[in-house]
Design a protein around this ligand. Structure first.
Ligand code: HEC
Ligand code: HEC
Length: 210
């Protein structure tokens, strides 16, 4: 009896640990510190951005930074425009008839595979990170948009760093809840710490673009 309970419990724990394990594996793909081997300082500084851009170009981020009026959903083969059709509306929180918060709650709701956060809304058009075909911009294009204060909401390098470090919608990307099939939405391909580290090094180097 006791053994059975313990076995069931450890099985549950093993499953609960899976998403974290996947994130850790993803995080080992490339550590910003490995860029120390690039000897040309300018190339190295730009490489920090290219590294951070792997996160920004990931569906967990670009799905909410579209170039049109509709968000995207899913990733890879399952990537598509938002179903049902919803539009950003005047304030990014949806149209008058269909507000984001009528479905997206204050937190993820996994039984309904519904991602959520209390500030759930679309990034303004000036902060679009997709091109007209709903694909993520290249790292160079992204860098030029992100460092343009006319587009980025007037943010300095320090403000961008702090946004990557603390903004709740950024942090959400690493705790994005479950998909319809019960598996975890794929986290971005660096850990949050690696992402912040790459951003910090890039900002310290004067924000050069690749
Ligand atoms: C009628 C319900 C409904 C409304 C209204 C709605 N959504 Fe969604 N949205 C969903 C569902 C369901 C999903 C999950 C789809 C999936 O991943 O299987 C989703 C997923 C998303 C995703 C994908 C997250 C990811 O990383 O994969 C984004 C982004 C999103 N919605 C943005 C919005 C925004 C912004 C609004 C308001 C303009 C909005 N949604 C309004 C139902 C809705
Ligand atoms: C649920 C939607 C949503 C998700 C997911 C999201 N963002 Fe955003 N993002 C926004 C909104 C909205 C703004 C506008 C500022 C605000 O209201 O916080 C924004 C603004 C920004 C800015 C300000 C500068 C600029 O030019 O864009 C940065 C940087 C940023 N997001 C980074 C990220 C990163 C990195 C991720 C993924 C790890 C991410 N965001 C995921 C909605 C989102």
């Amino acid at each position: 009896m006791m053994t059975k309970t313990v076995r069931t419990l450890s099985l549950c724990l093993a499953f609960a640990a899976l998403p974290a394990f996947a994130a850790e594996m993803a995080g080992t793909l490339a550590a910003p510190s490995s860029f120390a081997s690039i000897s040309d300082p300018a190339a190295r500084s730009a490489a920090y951005f290219t590294e951070a851009a792997k996160v920004m170009m990931h569906p967990r981020c670009v799905n909410c930074h579209p170039a049109g009026d509709r968000p995207s959903q899913g990733e890879g083969a399952m990537s598509r425009l938002h179903q049902p059709p919803v539009t950003r509306g005047a304030d990014g929180f949806g149209s008058v008839a269909m507000r984001c918060a009528s479905c997206h709650q204050k937190a993820n709701f996994d039984p309904g595979h519904m991602p959520g956060h209390e500030h759930w809304h679309l990034a303004p058009l000036s902060m679009a990170w997709q091109d007209a075909s709903d694909r993520a911009m290249s790292a160079g294009e992204l860098c030029r948009a992100l460092t343009d204060r006319a587009k980025n909401g007037g943010m300095s390098g320090a403000a961008l760093l702090s946004h990557h470090e603390k903004a709740a919608l950024v942090l959400w990307a690493w705790q994005a809840g479950l998909r319809e099939d019960g598996t975890a939405r794929t986290p971005p391909p660096l850990t949050h710490d690696q992402f912040v580290d790459a951003t910090r090094r890039w900002v310290a180097a004067g924000m050069p673009c690749p």
